[in-house]
Unconditional design. Structure first.
Length: 183
């Protein structure tokens, strides 16, 4: 029987994200002032281009700010986990694709038994796909990809974690906290 699970999780804005957006707005205001001042200094001919310059600054700030509207999509198909990052519901980028059979260790990030494994210096690549850190139930998975030891940090829903465990029960540990979690 084929197993297919798909979850779309929206990333929650953190205080850092809000400060960065505020910085972008302030930077846009300063850039608009500089554009107006520069075009006014260039003379009467260049003053006709002020609206175009302002529009370019506003559009640039809009494009930059929309990169903070993130969603993570977890797709699980017959033991293969694919995680995509979606920016502004338009641009999709594959973060990582991993087979459950290749996972050396997967457990809760808070699990004291495996905490040292997740902080090991031999891990060269790290993938982050946590939509809401405040919600908890963050899991880490160690696996080899392209000859490099990698770490994936993500928030699997209850059903996803259980299905992953079925494909590799010796290496994937699901905590009691997630087992009681509702979807």
């Amino acid at each position: 029987m084929d197993v297919f699970l798909e979850y779309l999780l929206e990333k929650k804005s953190t205080g850092k994200d809000i400060l960065i957006k505020l910085g972008i707005v302030l930077l846009a205001v300063v850039a608009t002032y500089l554009v107006v001042t520069l075009f006014m200094m260039l003379g009467r001919f260049a003053m006709g281009y002020i609206p175009i310059g302002i529009a370019a600054v506003v559009y640039g700030a809009y494009i930059w700010m929309r990169n903070f509207n993130l969603e993570y999509e977890y797709i699980f198909t017959n033991g293969e986990l694919d995680i995509d990052k979606i920016k502004s519901r338009k641009v999709r980028k594959r973060i990582v694709s991993v087979s459950c059979k290749n996972i050396e260790l997967m457990a809760s990030k808070e699990n004291d038994v495996y905490k040292r494994d997740f902080e090991n210096e031999s891990i060269t690549k790290k993938y982050e796909a946590v939509p809401d850190p405040a919600k908890g139930n963050i899991y880490c998975a160690i696996f080899n990809k392209d000859g490099e030891r990698s770490l994936l940090t993500f928030q699997p829903p209850k059903k996803l974690a259980e299905e992953m465990k079925k494909y590799n029960p010796r290496s994937i540990f699901v905590d009691q906290a997630i087992e009681g979690q509702t979807e």
